[in-house]
Each structure stands twice: as C-alpha cells, then as structure tokens.
Ligand binder design. Sequence first.
Ligand code: F6R
Length: 256
Amino acid sequence: MEIIIQPTQAGATIVAARIIGSLMRKNPRAVLGLATGSTPLSLYRELIAMKLNWSQVTTFNLDEYVGLPREHEQSYHTFMWDNLFKHVNVAKKNVHIPDGSARDIPKFCAKYEQQIRDAGGIDLQVLGIGTDGHIGFNEPTSSLVSRTRIKTLTRQTIADNSRFFGGAHKVPHHVITMGIGTIMEARQLLLLAFGEKKARAVAEAVEGPIGAINPASMLQMHPAARFCLDDPAASQLRHSDYYRWVYENKPDWQKV
Ligand code: F6R
C-alpha cells in the first residue's frame, strides 16, 4: 500500500487527479471504477478542469440505492451525471451504474459482474471510506470475497447519509454494491479520505488487522492500493512519519 498524506484536501485531490489523468493519457480506453458521496466531489471537479479525453473511457460505479428511480435527485445516477459525466465527453453507452430499480436484483448483479468482465476488468477503482470502514456499501461483516449484491445499510451509514436526504427516515435501507471481491480485482485501487471523522476508519484499515469488521482493511491484500489522505484523515496513523518520508523520497521513476 502507498499512503499519500497531504496537508489539505485540495492537495490530496490533486495527487489523486494526477494519478487518474496519467492513467487516462497512457490508456485512452481505460476502465474506471467510480464512487459517489462528498469525498470524490473535489476530485471530479479537478478531473473536469483537466479537460481529459473520456471518449473511449468505460466507467462502472460502485453502488446505488435500491428503490430510487434514476431520476431521483439523490440517486447515484443523478449524482454522477450532475457532478462528472455531463461535464466530460464520456459516451453514455460506456457508463455503468447499478440500477436501483431492477426488478430481479440477483440477476441484475450477475449481469453487472459480467459487464465488468466483458470490459476487461477495472483498471483503477476510486473509493471513499465510510466512518465504519465500508468501501462501496460493503458494511462491516461483509464477506471479504463478496461480489455485486444487495446489502442493508448500517444505522451509522444511514445517519451519515441523512444529510443528503433531509432526514434519516428518507434514506433507503438497501443498496446494490460491488462486492469486496469485485473491488479487489481492479488493477489499481485509489481510496480518498478527508477530515478527522474518517481518521479512525482509516487507521484501522491501514494499520489494523485485516477483517470484515473494517472492510477497507482488505486493501492490505491488494498489490496496488493507494490511500490519498489529508492531514486530519491521517491523524490517527501511528506510522504517518514513515509514509510521508517514503512519499517525499520516491525515486523519480516511481513518481506519477
Ligand atoms: C459511495 C461509496 C461509499 C462512500 C462512503 C463515504 O459510492 O461507495 O463507500 O465512499 O460512504 O462517503 P462520503 O464521501 O460522503 O463521506
């Protein structure tokens, strides 16, 4: 794992955007896994400003609320078009977001997995992290080898996301999410976390034991996982001095 710590969210975002931009320039047909929520908003603004060529890029989103129609203002479908897709030249046919109104959810999930395989797998998956350590909506105790499926949100996640819905009672309880096994098959993982409220989950993921109680801890098993953190999100890491030192002393050939 590479732990990149920058003083501010803006700094960590620029590093993450550079990593994605460099991949897209090297591989114009890149397959990107994307996330929603507050965390990637600054990343998407930065990627839009970079005026990259998205015409041959394929995207797969991590998750979607069950029961929300696509056009609902809080659906992740709406989120992605408002905050990224409508500002870049991505081809609509190359965009994949789980369908929260699918009638046969297991069938839909199997098809989503097949679509990822048919696209040749995900080159780089962007991740946020929940205050409970979830990635995608793989809540604590999710199987570490899980595939795309329906999950029930924890009360913690419902409370965390109630800010978007104007009250916890309006947050759907169920979601479709890529599984941890699905996420782990991406060739690169890029987890972003900002702010002190993520500090504990980040520290457990990076330095704690690997376990389903903190799903992000599974990233320790990935050969190319990066965390892009601001200082507050890194504040509970015991070895942060080492991570900073490693990043500052990277040989030129290793720099993005
Ligand atoms: C969203 C997702 C979630 C979020 C996480 C953090 O697609 O996969 O894992 O990344 O809930 O959300 P924010 O960024 O709103 O703190």
